[in-house]
Design a protein around this ligand. Structure first.
Ligand SMILES: [Zn+2]
Ligand SMILES: [Zn+2]
Length: 369
């Protein structure tokens, strides 16, 4: 059986299609047919400058994927031919004895020293088909959607799962609370939709670029949503919007830059949870962002919480699956407009479009193979 695989030769290089023979799935394995891949901002960065986690070039990129189960190996009971599945990016390390990822593990794959992810250490899904190994099928982040479910929605399982990990690591900070989202990219826009679905009292989104902020507020806004242009008075304006509270309850940093963190810490008040959701990485590596916290007055008396998540485990995948499969994200189609749809022959154009300042979620269609 033939497999169409797109290899990127090097960062900044070209995607070259190659036809390869793909085997039948062995014991415990499944073969999937890719339906959609969506483009993550990390794909844009990997395309431009590479990533130390990708050890081998040419590489197969793209980790946000929905697929059909096309063939199942002997012994597979979780899936059957024809199932539509969404797949997470962070996956078990493959050691079935691992205390994080194994058969009796905690499931916190992102804490495993041998953590791996699709489109990183494990090949991505810029390919028409893939055979997934037994440990991936058995323990990994693959979830089934109803057969008539939209593959466009299913491929957004992974970015949604990452977002929900950040919003639920600390209990009771979204429902009926004031949520501040720093940045207006796709993670913030997913967070806005999730916060709505989770019953947030008010959602304040802050962004420097007005183009994307306007798009997000126009398409995803509501009576309890406020968009603030990030100017010199933004801290005072956030506090004013929080009234009758004096401060927000949840501040999510979704902009991978130092100023996002500098702003976030100024918004900390009583009972505020800071979610450092976007890591900061530059050519010189991961910079230290120092900030002094008073463990007595800030943490104990003011009940502040500083936390973070990156990537997703089954917890986030389960939450994302629930919101998607039960139709709780009613506006998700607005993440992708006509200018953000491509087919598999246009991977380069898709990544270029995802890098634009106004873009939210680019989707690549693999059905016409
Ligand atoms: Zn991603
Ligand atoms: Zn492990």
């Amino acid at each position: 059986m033939e497999n169409l695989v797109y290899y990127l030769d090097q960062p900044g290089g070209v995607f070259t299609p190659k036809t390869e023979i793909i085997p039948e799935p062995g014991f415990g394995e499944v073969r999937i047919r890719v339906r959609r891949t969506s483009v993550c901002q990390s794909d844009v960065v990997i395309y431009k400058v590479g990533l130390p986690r990708i050890k081998e070039w040419p590489a197969i990129l793209l980790h946000e994927v929905s697929a059909e189960i096309e063939a199942v190996g002997e012994g597979v009971t979780k899936f059957e031919v024809g199932d539509l599945v969404g797949i997470g990016c962070d996956i078990p390390c493959g050691d079935r004895g691992c205390i994080y990822c194994g058969d009796h593990g905690t499931g916190d794959w992102t804490s495993c020293p041998n953590t791996q992810a699709t489109g990183h250490e494990f090949p991505g899904f810029a390919r028409s088909h893939a055979v997934l190994p037994d440990w991936f099928v058995e323990l990994g982040p693959i979830v089934k959607f109803p057969k008539d479910f939209s593959p466009d929605h299913a491929c957004q399982l992974e970015p949604l799962a990452c977002c929900l990990e950040g919003m639920t690591r600390v209990n009771n900070c979204i429902e009926n609370r004031v949520v501040v989202l720093i940045g207006a990219g796709s993670q913030s826009t997913y967070a806005l939709q999730c916060a709505q679905a989770m019953g947030a009292r008010k959602i304040i989104m802050i962004n420097r670029g007005e183009e994307r902020l306007n798009r997000v507020i126009k398409d995803f806004g509501g009576d309890n949503v406020v968009g603030l242009h990030w100017d010199d008075n933004v801290v005072e304006r956030v506090f004013a919007e929080c009234r009758p509270f004096n401060e927000p309850h949840f501040v999510m940093v979704n902009t991978p830059a130092l100023p996002g963190y500098e702003l976030a810490v100024q918004l900390m008040g009583y009972n505020t949870v800071l979610d450092g959701h976007a890591g900061v990485k530059g050519a010189g590596g991961k910079p230290c962002i120092a900030h002094e916290v008073d463990l007595n007055n800030d943490i104990h008396y003011k009940l502040q919480c500083y936390q973070a998540t990156h990537g997703s485990n089954m917890h986030g995948i389960g939450l994302a699956h629930d919101l998607l499969a039960n139709g709780k994200l009613t506006l998700i189609d607005r993440m992708t407009n006509a200018t953000e749809r491509f087919d598999h022959t246009q991977i380069m154009q898709a990544i270029t479009r995802a890098a634009d300042k106004d873009s939210l979620k680019v989707i690549i269609d693999w059905d016409n193979i």
